[in-house]
Design a protein around this ligand. Structure first.
Ligand SMILES: [Zn+2]
Length: 270
């Protein structure tokens, strides 16, 4: 059920029905080549959550496009949220969810550029002894789930993502504006990357046009299959999160112990 569609009166019942679990889907507003909408990542993640919620009740927070996409600032229409604001706003939202009765929050990103942001956000929650549990969703998508994708490079704005938007927002895809040629990894960072180095222009060094591969073979049917796999994995994760009593108990224990650090007895404790 979608948070913004509930009445205030019905909200408390919804929290009980969903076993105090909610999901926040996170995207960005950024360039997706010349043919996909700026809100692509926000749309895909939110659709996965809303469809999963029909099978496994969970409160789905409204569409949220405020995360980390500094690598898009050179192209029109991108909205870059300052680093400190992105962290503070996400913390604010999680606090508000908890104030409204939510004890477990799942973060589902539709944007690859959040691969460091969300784990770092969760990793640093003990700093403020947050009493609620936050899980980052890393859905275990396998090769067989995307084998219908024909082009071997299919990331940002490519065949996979274009197929997904064709399935949910066909009217927003400009098929006649797909770039005429394939855009492959420019690998400008390869020497340093192979030696284990990462810099703030890694993505720009690889894909400066924010377009990966070739989207001409994208279809709504392929998109539907990809969504189905994501929805299936998310339902499983929601079920596991609802059943999880270990993380909440360990968070409580850890928050207490970190106030007075004390060495364990290595000889008697297990
Ligand atoms: Zn995207």
């Amino acid at each position: 059920m979608q948070w913004e569609n509930l009445t205030s009166y019905d909200f408390e019942t919804a929290v009980k029905t969903c076993e105090k679990v909610a999901i926040l889907t996170i995207g960005v507003i950024e360039s997706h080549a010349s043919h996909l909408p700026l809100g692509t990542d926000m749309f895909t993640a939110h659709h996965i959550a809303c469809e999963a919620a029909k099978k496994e009740p969970i409160i789905v927070f409204p569409q949220y496009p405020y995360s980390i996409n500094h690598e898009t600032a050179h192209l029109p229409g991108g909205v870059v949220i300052k680093r400190d604001v992105a962290f503070a706003l996400l913390e604010n939202i999680c606090d508000e969810m908890h104030r409204n009765g939510i004890e477990k929050i799942i973060l589902l990103s539709g944007h690859g550029g959040n691969r460091y942001f969300l784990p770092l956000f969760v990793q640093t929650l003990p700093e403020k002894s947050k009493p609620y549990t936050v899980y980052v969703a890393n859905l275990p998508i396998k090769q067989e789930d995307v084998e219908m994708i024909e082009h071997k490079e299919y990331g940002h704005a490519g065949e996979l993502e274009t197929s997904m938007i064709l399935h949910i927002h066909k009217d927003l895809v400009k098929m006649d504006q797909i770039p005429p040629k394939t855009f492959s990894n420019q690998n400008r960072n390869a020497p340093v990357a192979k030696a284990g180095g990462y810099s703030q222009v890694d993505w720009y060094a690889m894909y400066p046009h924010m377009y990966v591969g070739n989207a001409h073979k994208a279809t709504a049917e392929k998109g539907e299959q990809i969504f189905e796999a994501n929805i299936r994995y998310l339902i499983k994760l929601i079920q596991e999160v609802k059943a999880d009593q270990i993380a909440p108990a360990l968070i409580e224990e850890f928050n207490q112990r970190q106030r007075q650090p004390k060495s364990p007895d290595f000889w008697t404790e297990e």
